[in-house]
Write a new protein. Structure first.
Length: 130
């Protein structure tokens, strides 16, 4: 199994520059698609929809900031454009219960945390294994 983390510094902080965050995100998308192309792999992402959650911002400050600063539609469009440009196949899968299923299966088997396990479950869905 191959996994690598690309950190986007500054997201979720009070003094976060929105445009700087978008630039970091676009740079990460470019890096990810270039690696997928060089390895001859498809790219699989989860199809998230936060439209309902943005109307329900009564949890806490950190959660509210994360949801409102997440430019998910821009992220999806950037990934689609970059995959098209780099000739990488893109699959968008349903994210329902990925963390729960990961915790029950892959996390125990591989000794990984739930976030990486959920990413594995998304990849498995993209391959049609789950």
């Amino acid at each position: 199994m191959y996994a690598r983390r690309i950190s986007l510094h500054g997201f979720g902080r009070k003094k976060h520059n929105y445009n700087q965050g978008i630039d970091q995100m676009m740079s990460a998308v470019k890096e990810i698609t270039a690696e997928a192309r060089s390895r001859g792999k498809d790219l699989v992402i989860e199809g998230l929809d936060f439209s309902g959650r943005k109307s329900d911002l009564e949890k806490n400050k950190t959660y509210n900031r994360m949801i409102t600063q997440l430019a998910y539609s821009q992220y999806i469009q950037a990934v689609k454009r970059r995959c098209f440009k780099d000739n990488v196949d893109l699959k968008i899968v349903e994210p329902a219960y990925t963390s729960k299923k990961a915790k029950e299966t892959v996390c125990r088997e591989l000794g990984i945390n739930v976030h990486l396990g959920a990413a594995c479950m998304i990849a498995r869905r993209g391959l049609g294994l789950f």
